[in-house]
Design a protein around this ligand. Sequence first.
Ligand SMILES: [Zn+2]
Length: 419
Amino acid sequence: MTPRGWAVLTLGGLVLALLVASIVLVPWSRPPAPRADQVAALGELPVDQVAHAREFRSALRPGAYGALVVGLLVALLLGLTPLGARLVELAGRPFGGHWTARAMLGGLAVVLLADLLTLPFAAWRQSVLTRYGLSTHGWSGWAVDLLKSYAVSAVIGAIALLGFYTVTRLAPRWWWAFGAAGAAGLVVLLSFVLPVLVEPVFNRFTPMEQGPLRTELMAMAARDGVPVRDVLVADASRRTKAVNAYVSGLGPTRRVVVYDTLLREATPAEVTSVVAHELGHAKDRDVWTGTLTGALGAALAVVALYLLGSWGPLLRLAGVDSVAEPRAFPLLIALVTVAGLVAAPAQALISRRVEARADAHALALTGDPATFEAMQRRLAGVNLADPDPPRWEYLWSASHPSTVERMAAARAYAREAGR
Ligand SMILES: [Zn+2]
């Protein structure tokens, strides 16, 4: 069988594996959150709070969708015309067009150009956040964060680009197989190292101070059967007023992180409710699930790019001979960008199901739906979330159930448990 034949077979296997993984690992049946309860919950929220949040969300929209459209157009323009290939050549020229320069500098130039062209929209977003009082770190802090994130992506990107194009040179017929394995490995590696290497670039993490709240949280984790070494507090307040918490990392790097803003804004019982939700993620191994599906998706993407990239008309549009050369990187970016947009609603749906399961875990673990609901109300209030967002936007991009869905889930749980 030819390498192409093997690639088709591998693609089929990966699609099947991804399907099986999402059928088995994603909690498709979700706990009840009746619409009647949602409507009742919405009616109980302060009218001016809801109006203010909706005003804020519509102020963000032009910037968000502008960035999306411009990002897509730039990717298509660079990838489906010879312009991108020329940009890669240009970046490699000071180094005599050496392939490593084209691979790394050319690749980074393409990404940087797209970043720069969408920069006005990022600035728009920051100005809206400032106007509504959510951002606290000013333009200089914003710029520093932006430069840091460019630097982090440049380092990870340069390593990935150099690795990828080394493989395409060493194994011109089989690079897709090594590339798929490498991409999957990179996803797994990043899950382990991001919390220790990258998150500290942006925030300082300190163990939660000793006291009744910490004792309560550790006791709850023990009761839940989830070993947690520590609960860390992130100094999010230096950039935002928003409150949040999350789990990240795998195995020895797993941590539960709460924003210092959360500790400041919420009652200890509400913090407990949030951490109970995060313990749900840990207990159900949601980071593992995300990493596994991410690794399968990355491997699948590499094989699909190999197969699509041998399609003559596409290569002619991009003005390249082979998808495996650095000059074809803009074409890869264009294909990945389109695939990302197509996959976004499915990813959001899966995320919402996983989040709803963590909510159910929090309700069962704390047995305190009233505090859970109060916490949701506070989250929406502080973060200026639209408690019941437009349906299309929800389906397209919502990573969490809406505030009224989460409140309704708490009410359904309370009825069920007779509390
Ligand atoms: Zn969550």
